[in-house]
Write a protein that binds this ligand. Structure first.
Ligand SMILES: Nc1nc2c(ncn2[C@@H]2O[C@H](COP(=O)(O)OP(=O)(O)OP(=O)(O)O)[C@@H](O)[C@H]2O)c(=O)[nH]1
Length: 324
């Protein structure tokens, strides 16, 4: 970055610079006259880590990255074009500008020290007004960016809660949400039931039809569950070929009939849409439990698991209900 002139000695006009629009050039000229005009080469960094300064692009363009102090640096770059400025905020809060500023091409910049900016503000209402407008615009832009990031964050959070193969909720979701559902059921004394589901002889299915068809069978089983539930019910892939259905506001008797319905639909499910292939069936075993007073989510899962074990032991392809 080298000084090639001063603003007073250069041919640049005050009125062309956005910050000085609608201000009296005669009033500003004496204050700006001694300010250096510097030249930066393409790719050269402009930021000075030690002083708060304002730069106005006279020719060329600057790329300004997000402030690294905030931990928000995310690759977002703003382009500063002729007439526009950068560094106003660092001047106002008297902190060095830590945003990485790089010349996108060979550029000429007007460099204004913080003390001079303050004098310009003191002497010209027009400069103060323009600065306020600019800051308000920057705040709006930063808020919009923040909202976009929040939405993106929420999108990824939800994505991380869904099982990639079956599109059911995953264990992370369960760990997050089940304790809350259990606590809320205790608080409101509303019934809460849980059904553990395990596909029968799934190892044999994989061995006979291959792992990819096994995956397809898991997707089919997941569709059976999600297609048969109320919007308030939740289906989860608990792990491997084990799934779970959570039924809020549902008594054990009702949960048992839901499980019977799911068991029947599982038997009827068409695993492969391609009719040229043999039609393998899947069946599943179901263990049903309802939340008992004082019980936590682990105990509820254990009770449903024990019932599932009994369904397996007594022949599979059936529903067993937890003993109370
Ligand atoms: N294709 C596929 N198979 C899986 C997946 N996750 C787990 N498995 C298989 O599921 C099978 C589970 O086998 P086991 O736990 O022995 O149970 P099972 O053969 O279903 O027997 P029972 O549960 O007693 O009826 C294993 O062979 C796993 O490899 C998956 O994502 N895709």
């Amino acid at each position: 970055m080298k000084q090639i002139s001063t603003f007073g000695a250069s041919a640049w006009q005050i009125g062309e610079l956005h910050l000085f629009r609608d201000s009296d050039p005669k009033q500003l000229a004496p204050l700006l006259a001694a300010c250096p005009v510097v030249q930066v080469e393409q790719g050269e960094t402009v930021s000075d880590l030690h002083c708060a300064r304002l730069y106005i692009v006279l020719r060329g363009a600057l790329a300004v990255g997000a402030d690294t102090r905030t931990g928000m640096a995310d690759g977002t770059i703003s382009k500063v074009l002729p007439g526009e400025s950068v560094g106003e905020q660092s001047v106002l809060d008297e902190e060095a500008n830590l945003n990485p500023i790089v010349a996108m091409e060979q550029s000429e910049l007007l460099q204004i020290e913080a003390a001079t900016v303050w004098r310009l503000i003191d002497e010209s209402n027009g400069v103060a007004r323009n600065l306020l407008r600019l800051l308000s615009f920057r705040i709006r832009a930063a808020n919009a960016q923040l909202r976009r990031r929040q939405k993106l964050g929420e999108f990824y959070r939800q994505l991380s809660m869904v099982d990639g193969l079956t599109s059911l909720y995953n264990r992370a979701w369960l760990n997050d949400l089940l304790p809350t559902m259990v606590a809320s059921a205790h608080d409101t004394q509303a019934p809460l039931s849980l059904v553990m589901i395990d596909i029968d002889h799934f190892k044999k299915f994989n061995d006979s039809h291959g792992h990819l068809q096994g995956d397809q069978a898991l997707r089919t089983a997941a569709q059976v569950l999600s297609g048969a539930l109320r919007p308030s019910d939740c289906a989860v892939r608990y792990g491997g070929e084990e799934m779970m259905v959570i039924l809020p506001n549902t008594s054990i008797g009702l949960a048992q009939s839901v499980a019977e319905r799911l068991c029947e639909r599982m038997r009827q499910a068409v695993v492969f849409g391609d009719m040229r292939l043999p039609l393998p069936h899947i069946t599943a075993s179901f263990g049903v439990a309802a939340l008992q007073p004082g019980q936590d989510e682990q105990a509820l899962i254990a009770a449903a698991d024990a019932a599932l074990y009994r369904a397996k032991e007594t022949g599979r392809n059936r529903v067993a209900v937890a003993a109370v």
